[in-house]
Design a binder for this molecule. Structure first.
Ligand code: TXA
Ligand code: MG
Length: 336
């Protein structure tokens, strides 16, 4: 009765269940919870051994730092040595929301959280369940995406169970995530404002508030170790193409990820469409669910169509490129 077992630790986010989840976190256990971007695997950020459990459960290398989630500014002030003026502006405009700020860390933050870096990634999620859980816990909550390292991010509770079920004392059910791609990561505090990972807040939105920003994502390997060459990958190889054409329909072992409704007849049984009307916001929200479904189909590879690289399209293309790089790293970092 595997199914029964698998659904057992998904809980509706009632006040009682949120209290229980908070109690688990205070005891050093792991709880998966919804955010507006993807599900997080949460632990008490101030408890070293609890954070170590996250690394163990995800099989995440210790050099990849974890984002800390807060429910108010007081908690952010506890984590960061200083919140500079640019960071303040961004906080005013985008928190709660899908923006992580990389700030100089205070001594309160254990080194394991930041992988020894002098900075800490902080974010206030825009999700009532996440905020209630952090408030109820009374501590900042360290949480990476609730998937095995390098694998597809979870945007529904079932995705969490598939990859990390036994590691979680509880999975709080918030349904499907509305944004669907991870937070944008920005580093301030130096001369330039740097984009370390494109995500739910677009570059256009950022520049509207702070002017010019430097895009560091493609070469951030040393300072943002999570920006590995491949990541966010299904178990099947992903081939990225500009557009999927009718000529591509002759492949028998291939699943298709379309950006929008194709103008020709296609294999509906092994295709997913990110947004039939070609809307980038909808496409982002559907991205990981579509990839999870394709990964579960009886196909050998996934042919993915590019999306326009503006707005949320930048984050979508970043994820698809990284997923497609895995092909070249067969013996790369191991997934189950
Ligand atoms: O939307 C999100 O950000 C989700 C939800 C759960 O909040 N979290 C998430 O965490 O995507 P994760 O661990 O999957 O990705 C966090 C990324 C990693 O690539 C890591 O390297 C980077 O954030 N990061 C964390 N702290 C950092 C720091 N101090 N400096 C540079 N990069 C950092
Ligand atoms: Mg992740």
């Amino acid at each position: 009765m595997v199914t029964l077992e698998l659904t057992m630790n998904i809980y509706k986010p009632t006040p009682t269940n949120i209290k229980r989840a908070a109690e688990y976190i205070r005891q050093g256990k792991l709880v998966a919870f919804p955010t507006e971007t993807v599900y997080g695997l949460g632990a008490d950020a101030l408890n070293k051994s609890a954070v170590a459990r996250i690394f163990e459960a995800k099989m995440r290398p210790f050099f990849d730092p974890i984002i800390v989630h807060v429910h108010n500014l007081e908690q952010a002030n506890l984590l960061a040595r200083d919140i500079d003026e640019t960071a303040r502006k961004l906080i005013d405009r985008f928190w709660p929301g899908p923006l992580t700020l990389v700030l100089e860390k205070s001594d309160t933050v254990p080194d394991i959280v930041t992988a020894g870096l002098p900075t800490v990634g902080v974010r206030m999620p825009d999700h009532p369940v996440a905020l209630a859980l952090i408030r109820e816990t009374g501590r900042p909550v360290a949480a990476p995406s609730a998937n095995r390292f390098g694998s597809l991010s979870p945007t529904r509770p079932a995705h969490v169970l598939e990859q990390l079920g036994p590691a979680c004392s509880m999975v709080l059910d918030g349904g499907a995530c509305t944004v669907g791609v991870e937070s944008t990561i920005v580093r301030t505090g130096r001369k330039k404002i740097e984009l370390l990972r494109p995500g739910g807040i677009t570059v256009e939105e950022l520049t509207g508030v702070v002017g010019e920003i430097t895009i560091t994502t493609e070469h951030a390997i040393v300072e943002a170790p999570g920006q590995m060459e491949w990541h966010y990958a299904p178990s099947k190889p992903v081939l990225l193409t500009d557009t999927i054409t009718v000529k591509d329909m002759d492949k028998s072992d291939t699943g298709y990820l379309f950006y929008s409704e194709p103008g020709f007849s296609y294999h509906e049984d092994r295709s997913e469409i990110l947004s039939s009307r070609g809307d980038l916001r909808e496409a982002a929200a559907n991205l990981f669910s579509c990839l999870h479904r394709l990964d579960d189909m009886g196909i050998r590879q996934i042919l993915a169509e590019s999306v326009p690289e503006r707005g949320l399209g930048l984050a979508i293309m970043n994820r698809l490129r990284k997923a497609s790089k895995k092909r070249n790293h067969p013996e790369g970092i191991h997934r189950d």
